[in-house]
Design a protein around this ligand. Structure first.
Ligand code: FES
Ligand code: FE
Length: 425
C-alpha cells in the first residue's frame, strides 16, 4: 500500500467561498497519537468538580489522556493527584471509580500507599534488602493541579501556561455558571458512562452543534411538546463563538424555557456583579473547555458536565454528570436531576440520538475516496464584534447553526499540530 505524505496544513482547504476539512483528522492513527501528546499530555485537562471529592479521604479515579490517575482529598484536606500506577510492577493501584479511604492497597501483591502518596506497607518486607528505600517509592504525583471556581484541572507539564491564561475567554462563562447561585454548584451523585463509536473531536463538535437539533432530536421535542399540551417555545437567537485555545461556546439568548417559563432567575445572595447579572438573565449556553469537558448551563435539556476521554482514534468514552445549585432544598435539586435524565443518560430522549449520529459519521467517513467534509456554513456572515464583548472577549462568532466555531477551531488545531516537527502521515 502506498502511503501519501500529508502536511498538516493540507488538512484544511479554504478559498474564501468554502471551507473543507480532511477527515483524516478523525481517522488517522498518527494524528491521533500526536494530538494526544499536544492537547492532553502537554497542556491542561479537566479532571473533576471539587464537590466530587468534597471531604477528606474522598477519591475518584480518572484519566489525563492515556494516563490513569487518582484524584484524592488527602487526610489533611489537600487535593492531590497521583498516577494510578503501583511502584512495584505497574498495576493500577486503585480500581474503584470513587470512594473514601485513607489508603490504597494494590490488589496484586498488596503494597499499600497512604492518600498522601507514601508507600506505607510492603508484605514480607524482609524479602527486600535492609537498605531498600521505601520512602522513595511513593505514588508519582501529577506535576500540576489547580482549580478554577471549583473546577479541577491537571497538567503533566511542570511549567504549563497558567490555568487562568489557558482558560482565557472561557472564564466569564464559568463565573456565570458558578456565581449565579449563592453557594455555587455541586455535582449530584451518580455518573453516566458510555462509549461512542467515533473520534473524540466529533463528541466536542456535536456538543456545540445547533444545526442538528430539529432533525435528530425531533422525537424529543415532540415528546416534551405533548407533555406541555403542544405549547413549547423553541425560538431563541443563538450564537456560536470561538473563544481561543480551542474553547468554544454555543450560546442561546433565552429568557424562557421550552415551556415558556421564565428561566435564569437569580437567587438572592448570588455572587454576580451588576454586569454579569445582566448577562446571566439573558443567556444560557454550552461551554467547551478544550480538550475534554463541556459544561451545559442550559435550563433545558439540563445542567451537565460532559467529560470526554479518547480511547482510540474512533472510540470515545463519555462520562456525564448532572450539577445542581449547592445549598438549595432537595426538591429543587431533584427537579434538576429529572430534567437531566429526560435528555441525557442511557434512557434519555436526546443524548442517545447524538451517539447514533456520531457513529453514523464515523461509518460514513470510511468512504474516503473524497475525504473532505464541508464546513462552509456561515462563511459569509461571521461576526467579529458583538455586545457580548462586554461580558468577555472572543475571536469570532456566528449564527448558532453556522460552522464558525469549527473553522476557527481547526485553523488553530492545525497550527498546533504543525508546531510538532517530524511527523509523517
Ligand atoms: Fe502492585 Fe505488585 S503490582 S503490589
Ligand atoms: Fe444533540
Amino acid at each position: 500500500m502506498v502511503t501519501k505524505r500529508l502536511e498538516f496544513q493540507d488538512l484544511i482547504k479554504e478559498d474564501g467561498k468554502s471551507f473543507r476539512l480532511n477527515t483524516k483528522v478523525y481517522k488517522d492513527e498518527e494524528i491521533f497519537r500526536v494530538e494526544q501528546e499536544i492537547f492532553f499530555h502537554n497542556s491542561w485537562t479537566f479532571l473533576a468538580h471539587e464537590s466530587q471529592v468534597e471531604y477528606p479521604n474522598d477519591y475518584m479515579t480518572t484519566y489525563i489522556g492515556r494516563y490513569p490517575v487518582i484524584l484524592v482529598r488527602d487526610e489533611r484536606g489537600k487535593l492531590r493527584c497521583f498516577m494510578n500506577r503501583c511502584r512495584h510492577r505497574g498495576s493500577l493501584v486503585c480500581r474503584a471509580k470513587s470512594g473514601n479511604s485513607r489508603f490504597f492497597r494494590c490488589f496484586y501483591h498488596g503494597w499499600s500507599y497512604s492518600n498522601e502518596g507514601k508507600l506505607v506497607g510492603v508484605p514480607d518486607r524482609e524479602g527486600y534488602p535492609p537498605d531498600f528505600d521505601l520512602d522513595s517509592m511513593g505514588l508519582i504525583e501529577v506535576p500540576r493541579l489547580e482549580t478554577y471556581k471549583g473546577f479541577v484541572f491537571a497538567s503533566l507539564k511542570r511549567d504549563p501556561p497558567s490555568l487562568q491564561d489557558y482558560l482565557g475567554n472561557a472564564r466569564p462563562y464559568i463565573d456565570l455558571i458558578v456565581d449565579k447561585y449563592p453557594e455555587g454548584i455541586e455535582v449530584a451523585k451518580g455518573t453516566h458512562v458510555y462509549t461512542v463509536q467515533g473520534n473524540w473531536k466529533l463528541v466536542l463538535e456535536n456538543s456545540l452543534d445547533h444545526y442538528h437539533a430539529p432533525f435528530i432530536h425531533k422525537s424529543y421535542f415532540e415528546a416534551i411538546g405533548n407533555q406541555a399540551g403542544g405549547r413549547i417555545e423553541l425560538r431563541s437567537k443563538n450564537l456560536v463563538l470561538y473563544l481561543g485555545n480551542g474553547h468554544g461556546l454555543d450560546l442561546m439568548f433565552r429568557e424562557t424555557d421550552v415551556y415558556g417559563h421564565e428561566t435564569n432567575i437569580l437567587l438572592p445572595g448570588n455572587r454576580l456583579d451588576e454586569e454579569k447579572a445582566k448577562w446571566a438573565k439573558r443567556i444560557t449556553f454550552h461551554l467547551l473547555l478544550f480538550p475534554n469537558a463541556i459544561l451545559f448551563d442550559s435550563d433545558s435539556p439540563a445542567t451537565t458536565i460532559r467529560v470526554v476521554r479518547p480511547l482510540s482514534v474512533n472510540s470515545t468514552e463519555v462520562s456525564s454528570y448532572c450539577y445542581v445549585p449547592k445549598g438549595v432544598r432537595e426538591e429543587i435539586k431533584e427537579k434538576f436531576l429529572r430534567v437531566y435524565e429526560r435528555f441525557y443518560g442511557p434512557a434519555g430522549m436526546g443524548a442517545p440520538d447524538d451517539v447514533e449520529a456520531i457513529k453514523a459519521v464515523d461509518q460514513g467517513m470510511e468512504a474516503d475516496l473524497f475525504p473532505w467534509n464541508d464546513l462552509s456554513r456561515g462563511l459569509h456572515r461571521e461576526i467579529r464584534d458583538h455586545e457580548l464583548k462586554e461580558l468577555g472577549d472572543f475571536e469570532v462568532a456566528g449564527n448558532g447553526t453556522d460552522d464558525t466555531f469549527y473553522r476557527a477551531f481547526y485553523r488553530w488545531y492545525v497550527k498546533k499540530l504543525e508546531e510538532v516537527e517530524g511527523h509523517e502521515l
